[in-house]
Ligand binder design. Structure first.
Ligand code: SAH
Length: 339
């Protein structure tokens, strides 16, 4: 049975029409769920009992469970238990400008990036739309606050779960849903090229972040098996299309791996690839994991890489770090219950 938190307002309108009811009932349901935060269908008092019973028959409102919560400076990490006893994680970060959440999109991940902890558990399944919406609802309730921005950058490859991701974006972006502006929603992908083209055309101008991490096909294919399927050239064409269709800026994520991808020549080649494009490079200091062959680049190497990109005319920032001491940082999420 579908879960009510995974249904877009459009689809809920279609549902009401299909049972011979007026479509504005969808709006009423959305107001209960997302404005009043009333999750019990019996309490939808402006909807008559007969319709409520029908709703209860056709939808669940089951919730994912908070299994564990860890707190560090400006960061909380949540471990959630799903209905089938799988686990995923989400991370909340408190910035000067608001609260952001990093949500997971799959149980495990099949992309096999060599340096990432999350991919150690192969993909078990995609998350349903409601399981992504509920990461936000559960955390807002637990912390008693409103989340302002969402990055789909936790466990999983979002574009490998495309339909559910698009529905998730629609629900959280809906002015009667979670009201998170398109500019406050970011999808991060390792580069599933055909789905990047699709994402350009959903009509919601979200931010796109690309996990790039290497300036040549040779190195990128070693670090990220996905590059053997979609080369740098194909990826950059897709990025150009996204830029053209959405007029948004794209983030190029680049994890700094000591002596692997962090030389001055690497920086120059990277700059060359993106010359004149409306992108900015976000350098991510590597968070060391059980992949012992990779170490974090030294501060000096990161600075030199940064300076080179700047000199080459590329906008560049160094990612602020959150949650390292609770293993909540990029690439450290695993979604297991115990060590
Ligand atoms: N699958 C998506 C989203 C999850 S990964 C993607 O590939 O974009 C989120 C970001 O963290 C990616 O840029 C990823 O490459 C990076 N990352 C993975 N492991 C990391 C680590 N150990 N330290 C720092 N960043 C890491």
């Amino acid at each position: 049975m579908p879960n009510l938190f995974g249904i877009t307002r459009d689809d809920l309108e279609k549902y009401f029409l299909s049972i011979g009811e007026k479509k504005y009932k969808a709006l009423q349901v959305y107001e209960w769920l997302y404005e009043q935060r009333v999750f019990n269908i019996d309490e939808f008092s402006n909807i008559k009992k007969e319709v409520r019973d029908k709703l209860k028959n056709d939808f669940t409102t089951d919730f994912i469970q908070i299994e564990k919560k860890q707190v560090a400076d400006l960061t909380e990490k949540y471990l959630f238990r799903l209905h089938d006893n799988e686990f995923i994680e989400a991370v909340v970060m408190h910035h000067d400008y608001g609260v952001s959440i990093c949500v997971s999109s799959q149980v495990g991940c099949n992309m096999g990036c060599r340096f990432c902890e999350s991919g150690r558990l192969k993909k078990v399944r995609n998350l349903d739309t409601y399981e992504m919406v509920e990461q936000i609802l559960a955390i807002e309730k637990d912390l008693g606050l409103k989340i302002n921005s969402v990055v789909i950058m936790g466990i999983g490859e979002p574009l490998d779960n495309y339909d559910n991701i698009v529905n998730f974006i629609k629900i959280i972006n809906d002015a009667k849903g979670l009201k998170i502006g398109a500019r406050h929603i970011t999808v991060s992908t390792c580069g599933l090229v055909p789905k990047i083209y699709d994402l350009s055309h959903i009509g919601i101008p979200i931010n796109l972040a690309i996990s790039f991490h290497a300036p040549t096909d040779e190195l990128r294919s070693k670090l990220m098996p996905v590059n053997k399927v979609y080369s740098i050239d194909a990826l950059i064409k897709a990025i150009r299309d996204f830029l053209q269709v959405t007029s948004r800026r794209v983030t190029i994520e680049y994890v700094m791996l000591n002596n692997v991808n962090d030389s001055i020549d690497d920086a120059k080649e990277l700059a060359h690839l993106f010359k004149g494009m409306n992108i900015y490079v976000n350098l991510i200091p590597y968070n060391e994991t059980n992949h012992l062959e990779f170490k974090r680049s030294s501060k000096n190497r990161i600075k030199a890489f940064y300076d080179t990109l700047k000199k080459e005319g590329i906008n560049v920032t160094i990612r602020k770090e959150f949650g390292r001491n609770i293993d909540a940082a990029c690439g450290q999420l695993r979604g297991r219950r115990s060590e």
